[in-house]
Every structure is written in C-alpha cells, then in structure tokens.
Design a protein around this ligand. Structure first.
Ligand SMILES: CC(C)(COP(=O)(O)OP(=O)(O)OC[C@H]1O[C@@H](n2cnc3c(N)ncnc32)[C@H](O)[C@@H]1OP(=O)(O)O)[C@@H](O)C(=O)NCCC(=O)NCCS
Length: 176
C-alpha cells in the first residue's frame, strides 16, 4: 500500500528491510520513547528494527506504515485493530524522527491515513490516548478532527512518573 499525502515528497508505505538503518537512527531517541507505550524500546537496536519490520508486515487487520520523506523512512504511523467487542475500534498512533518535528509532517501523514480508513470503513472508531505532557500530539489529533473525550487521571506510569493521559477519538460512520 502506498498513500500519497498533500506534502511534496511525503508518503506512507509498508516497511522494508532497507529501512533498518534509518529506523534505528530515528527511533533511538528518549524524547520519542517518553511519549509511547513501553512496547517501543529504548535504546532502539538493530534487533528491535528487525523485529519491527517483520512485525509490521504480518498480514493482520492492523496497519503499520512507514512515514517516507524524500525516499527515507523517518517515522511510523498506523492503527492497531481491537479484538472481540473492540473489533471496530482502532488504536491510532505515530512517531516522527526529532529532526523533522514542527513541519506539519505527522498532520499530513495522519490526514492521508484517516482518509484511507474512512474509505475502508474497517473501523468505526479511532482512538488515541495521549500522555498529559504531550500537547504537540494533542494538537495533531485536533487538526485531524479527533475530539477530546476525557482525562484519564493517573493512568500512565512512564519515565518514573505517574501521569494523566487524555483520550482522543474520531468516529467513522457507516458499515464496513
Ligand atoms: C508529536 C509528534 C508526532 C508531532 O509531529 P510533527 O510532525 O512535529 O507535528 P505537526 O508539525 O504536524 O503538528 C504539531 C502541532 O503541535 C504544535 N505544538 C508543538 N509543540 C507544542 C507545544 N509544546 N504545545 C502546544 N502545541 C505544540 C505545533 O505548533 C503544531 O500545531 P500547529 O500546526 O497548529 O502550529 C512528534 O513530535 C513526535 O513524534 N513526538 C514523539 C512521539 C509521540 O509523541 N507520538 C505520539 C504519541 S500519542
């Protein structure tokens, strides 16, 4: 799958073995780790990159794409499919290499992925819990049309701190 964005040189595509060096370079960053769940490793090694590229390409209802900028994988975006009663809920997530922050890249990437998910109607609901210390990510979600549904008090233990998180969600009407 290739999803074009409205930014020149920016598109979403499946992860490739050749992305390994760039993935380690961008992902091995505590500022990124600090805003993600603990399944994201720190330090981020070549073994972690091998695991991720294989995992991301397994055929499941989840979708894990690379954010490609001028031919280079500089971040990740995707949706993790819920199971059982949560089968129509997708957990929406992303990260971007620090060198590329503040240029509207994840907003453009997110717009492309949301448009695709609206077409597929695989999910009725996309949700994203954001750590309370991450206003940039909240802003991205707001720009994508997600609504703030609530404050989950003392819900997250990260980097030695117990913090709140904020739940954002976007509804996708219609049948699959
Ligand atoms: C959060 C993250 C994805 C943002 O990516 P990005 O490409 O820099 O985001 P964009 O440039 O598209 O948009 C960022 C928005 O946040 C705003 N912003 C940045 N820092 C901010 C802050 N401290 N307070 C409030 N808003 C802030 C920007 O001004 C911009 O909004 P604007 O377009 O209205 O001006 C990126 O910083 C990242 O990967 N962080 C680490 C991992 C992470 O947090 N993942 C999400 C977990 S929920």
């Amino acid at each position: 799958m290739i999803l074009e964005t409205d930014k020149p040189g920016l598109r979403l595509r499946h992860w490739q073995i050749a992305d390994k060096a760039s993935l380690v370079e961008q992902a091995n960053n505590r500022k990124i780790w600090r805003n993600l769940t603990d399944t994201f490793p720190s330090p981020y090694t070549e073994t972690d990159a091998d695991f991720w590229i294989a995992h991301a390409n397994r055929p499941t209802r989840s979708l894990h794409l690379a954010i490609e900028l001028q031919g280079r994988a500089v971040g990740a975006i995707g949706v993790i499919a819920g199971e059982g009663v949560y089968q129509r809920t997708g957990k929406f997530g992303y990260w971007l290499g620090e060198a590329f922050w503040g240029q509207g890249i994840v907003t453009a990437a997110g717009r492309a992925l949301v448009a695709q998910l609206r077409l597929s109607r695989e999910f009725a609901r996309l949700e994203a819990p954001v750590f309370a210390w991450n206003p940039a990510s909240m802003r991205v979600l707001e720009k994508l049309g997600f609504e703030r549904e609530g404050l989950l008090r003392a819900s997250v233990c990260k980097d030695g701190e117990l913090i709140d998180s904020v739940l954002y969600a976007l509804l996708i009407p219609g049948e699959p």
